[in-house]
Design a protein around this ligand. Sequence first.
Ligand code: SF4
Length: 296
Amino acid sequence: MAGPLTLKRAGKYGFCAGVRIADRTVRKLASEGRSGKILGQLVHNERVVSDLVQVGFATAASLDEVRAGTIVFSAHGVPPSFHRRALERGLLVVDTTCPFVYDVHEEARQALEAGFHAVFIGDSAHREVIGYTHDIVLTTADVERIDFDRHPRVKIFYQTTLNSEEYEDVALAIEGAADHAERADTICYATKENQDAARDLAADPGIDCIVVVGGRHSANTRHLWEICRAAQPRSYLVHGSDDLRADWFADCGGVGITAGASTPDSMIEEVEGAIRLLAASPAPASGPLAAPEAAL
Ligand code: SF4
C-alpha cells in the first residue's frame, strides 16, 4: 500500500434524475402496500430489478402480459398507443416517463405537424422513440436506405441517452442526403455528464486505479469503463463488492469510483465500503472472487 488510501467519487455518477424519480415512485407505491408490474426493466441492473420483485413489482416483457392491476411505465417512456391499450384493458397506469423524454416527444409531435420527415438516431427497439418518428437509424448504412427525394424537409432527433459526438457521422450523412435537414436538441446531458466526469477522474494524477460499478448488461456502465480505461489502464468494472480483488489496491494511494446510470446509491456505498475494508486488511494478497472484466 502506498500510504493511506483516498477514495474519490467522480463529479457525476449513477442514477440520472429521471431514473431516480421512477425508482422512488415505485418504492413509495410498495411502501403503501401496492403491487403491480413494470413494463420492461426500470433500470438495467439485476440488483434493482430483483429488489423491486421482492417488494411486489415484477418486470413484464410486454403489455399483453398484464391483464389487471397496476402497470408502471418506466422513465424512458412508451409509444403513445401503450397508454390507450392499457386504459382499454382497465389497467391502472403509473407513468414515470421522464419530463425530458416528454419534451422530446412534444418536439417530435410539432415537427411531424409542421410537415417534417422525422428521423431518430437511436435503437429501433427502444420504446422512447417508437411511435414518435418516421425512421429510426443507427448507422450511415441505415441512412442510405431512406429515399430522401420523397422528404424535402427532415428533422433529426437523437435518442436521449446517446452521445451525440459518437453519432455525428450519422447526422452528417442525413444532412448530406436531404435537401433541408435540421437538428433537434434532444440529447439528455445526464449521460454526457457522467462520461465527462469519468474522463476527469481518469485524468486525475492523484488517482491510481478506478472502480466502475454497474449492472452486468448495462451498456452505459461498460462505456464508462472504456472511457476510464483509455486514460487509466488500472480501471476495473465490477457488478458488486464480490467482484473486488484486494491486490488491485495493494499499491494504490488514490482510488476513483464511478457508476453507470443504472447503478443505485446503495450498490455504490457497498462497493466503497468493501474497498475500504480490503485496503485496511493487513496483508492484501488476493481477493475473494475473480473479476472477469479485469482481464478483458
Ligand atoms: S432523459 Fe435523461 S434524465 Fe431522463 S430518464 Fe433518460 S437519461 Fe434519465
